[in-house]
Design a binder for this molecule. Sequence first.
Ligand code: ZN
Length: 342
Amino acid sequence: MRAMVLKGPNTPFVPMQVPDPVAGPGEAVARVLACGSGLTIQHIKAGRIAAEFPRIIGHEITGEIVATGAGVRGLAIGDAVTAYYYLNCGHCRWCLASLEPLCANSGGNVGRNCDGGYAEYIKLPAHIFIKLPEGLDYKAHPAEIGVITDALATPYKVLKRARIRAGETVAVFGAGGGVGIHQVMMARWARARVIAVDLARNKFDACRKAGADEVVDASSGGVAQALLDLTKGEGVDVAIDYVSSTSTLEAGAKALGRRGRLVILGGAAQRFEVPSRELLLKEQDLLGSRYVTRSEILETLDLVARREVWPIVTEIRPLAEAEALHERLERGQVIGRAALLM
Ligand SMILES: [Zn+2]
């Protein structure tokens, strides 16, 4: 099959013919129609996230099952699928409690610890594939459907993690990023008042279009004060931080109002300080939010099937143009998500 292979960290893609994957016991193989291209996998390519090489990256896939190995139940040839990003075990107490991101035996990630979607075919443990529900026109929109499993489902999960209610004020730090902009969209869908916070001025219009009521330019500093001003000194109900640097985390915490919730997702994952007295007096919560559960992916797929929300994919290119697309990702030039077609 054709594949884009990374031979090592911080190297260009090598277009290659590699052997077609063969489904062993408990595994399945899907033909890949499209695969999302976001900053997470660019971090792997650039060597900022460790991975095993040589590697075929990519996890936000739309595909069709073409083979199943011995003992596989619940998947049949021809089934339309996407993939869960984590190689969870499926049988530990956390998996059984539908909290798969916390799996005690995690094998890592699709496209990082096993080969991913930048190829004609992808082989995964069968339980990692997720069947697409009826009503999603995945053949017409394989790029958009593929990115749901991460770019859209991750923000959907945050709505629940942070208990976001209609009418609350939600600040999104890193709102111009591929997941951040979908967080703006999902918070708006949840009928919150949304304030987008970002450095990238070229993405402010897209943030507004995705549903931001206000945009705060973080490049001029004073973000916490700006958020307090926009809430008449009350503070925001929820701050969601996709940057997670010391300064964004501390600004988010400082801008929280009574019963405010700060949600921390990946990014720089730096240390930060908060005054415990504020947490106590205002009954505030600090929350980590890690990827999504399988059921949250199914719920997000259903939302898209009903056209409640629609993924923002602004650049769709053939697999052969992966290198050029990743250069644009690295420079922060992509609005929303990009995707490759196989
Ligand atoms: Zn597990």
